[in-house]
Design a protein around this ligand. Structure first.
Ligand SMILES: [Zn+2]
Length: 104
């Protein structure tokens, strides 16, 4: 079990770059007269938004420039991966605690 825990710890992503939340996309309208994108189409975009739940139904939305989208996506995956690993390591540590109690 200790070896399994070591493997989980080694899978931990670089915590310096993790980001919580999720990426949303949205079309936007420029409201310029005669704009074909807005008058005949769905508008401009998509633009990307990092949406982070703050609890109490409050959400923080941060626009993400197109060239940063890939990096932000990887940071979101890092956060999810870290959360998953923390949960698994915690569960293993409960089992290891029980084992130590049995052995003393
Ligand atoms: Zn437009």
């Amino acid at each position: 079990m200790a070896a399994a825990r070591k493997r989980l710890v080694e899978q931990m992503p670089d915590l310096a770059t993790i980001l919580p939340g999720s990426l949303l996309s949205r079309m936007v309208r420029c409201n310029k007269a005669g704009c074909q994108h807005c008058e005949k189409g769905k508008g401009h975009g998509p633009i990307w938004i990092l949406s982070v739940s703050l609890g109490n139904r409050r959400v923080r939305q941060v626009p993400v420039p197109r060239e940063m989208k890939k990096e932000v996506g990887e940071s979101l995956l890092g956060f999810a991966q870290a959360q998953k690993l923390l949960k698994q390591i915690g569960e293993l540590n409960i089992e290891l605690l029980k084992e130590r109690k049995r052995r003393r």
